[in-house]
Design a protein around this ligand. Structure first.
Ligand code: SF4
Length: 342
């Protein structure tokens, strides 16, 4: 990792090249080869000198590359990529086409191999946590999928495997790399980080002065219910999370997205909906009501679409902007909460 140039920010790469006796402008050329063209072999960089290529090899620098092991295709257009990592671990990422804008592609990427949060409704949570992804492994999901699909990815969401704030530094670095105008140039406003309520991450992000989208996934607005479905709720209580969200909004002036997974007989009753309304008071939010996706061994059931629409209506009546997110890619286990269930 130390010698992996894909893991370097522009500034870090520039320092390496200057230390090797190169002019700073070379950084742009190499950074572009790696991040814009997806090249992982120094010999394919036809506008850098043989001497520099040899110097990089002699110093054992390399450019890592994720291997696509399998691609799954759903009839609804969703593509799921299964990647093999250098250490033989696997991760998944999902490419979604926007229903309304056929040219808008959103990539849902992973930040960890497995997840420590162990949410009861999530297949990734059932896996053992293995390790954090490096920023190169995060960035490379975008590079390899763009290359393979020949689609220009417009939006990136950290909603795949793992809790992004549990791998804060690598995730943030990957965002700066993806945003670089010399590389993928993905606007920060088009990048979403979704958290299950890790307060230190929310607080840190508020200080970054980034125009990023923060999404919060709490799924119940009673601590006791949350604790049953999300063990992390024992550590971070709803009141403290709300305080951190208010502070985040005060500092960033950014709208927060609320990802609310509807689970039958858990959070689809009036009491829960009223608690959600009460909780969101004083917050500027956009609400996504997410249809629950079952997976082999899952304990919960999804809520009927008619009921989802009624809840949407109720939330809209009090002035919220709400969208229902129905199953996408569930036939290939690519839907929300299903990653890692193969
Ligand atoms: S829902 Fe997110 S935070 Fe919870 S176990 Fe799954 S991947 Fe981890």
């Amino acid at each position: 990792m130390e010698k992996d140039l894909k893991n370097k920010s522009f500034v870090e790469m520039e320092k390496i090249l200057i230390d090797l006796g190169e002019k700073p402008y070379i950084t742009k050329i190499i950074f572009r080869w790696i991040h814009e063209c997806g090249i992982s072999d120094f010999d394919k960089m036809n506008n850098i000198s043989k001497v520099l290529k040899q110097k990089l090899k002699d110093k054992e620098f390399y450019i890592s590359k994720l291997r696509i092991k399998k691609i799954f295709k759903d009839k609804d257009g969703t593509l799921k990529y299964l990647f093999k990592l250098q250490d033989n671990n696997s991760i998944e990422a999902v490419l979604l086409t926007d229903n309304n804008e056929k040219e808008r592609f959103t990539l849902c990427i992973s930040s960890q191999v497995g997840c420590k949060m162990n949410c009861a409704f999530c297949a990734t949570g059932k896996m053992r946590f293995k390790r954090n992804l490096t920023s190169a492994e995060v960035v490379d999901q975008v590079i390899q999928i763009e290359k393979d699909s020949k689609k220009r990815i417009s939006n990136v969401v950290f909603m795949g495997m793992g809790e992004p704030f549990d791998n804060y530094d690598n995730v943030l670095k990957s965002i700066y790399i993806l945003n670089s105008p010399i590389g993928k140039n993905i606007g920060v406003r088009k990048i979403t980080i979704s958290t299950c309520g890790l307060i230190p991450g929310i607080k840190k992000l508020a200080e970054e002065k980034l125009q990023i989208r923060l999404a919060i996934s709490l799924h119940s607005f009673f601590n006791e219910t949350r604790e049953k479905i999300m063990p992390i709720a024992k550590k971070y209580k709803l009141k403290e999370i709300k305080d951190s969200l208010l502070e985040y909004q005060l500092k960033t002036k950014r709208r927060i997205s609320v990802e609310h997974l509807l689970i039958k007989n858990i959070n689809d009753n009036d009491k829960e909906v009223n608690a959600l309304i009460n909780y969101l008071r004083n917050l500027d939010v956009y609400i996504n009501l997410i249809e629950y996706n079952e997976f082999p061994g899952s304990l919960f059931k999804s809520v009927e679409r008619e009921k989802m629409k009624l809840i949407k209506k109720k939330l809209e009546t009090i002035g919220h902007t709400v969208a229902c997110r129905y199953k996408r890619g569930d036939k290939i286990k690519a839907a929300c909460g299903q990653l890692g269930s193969l």
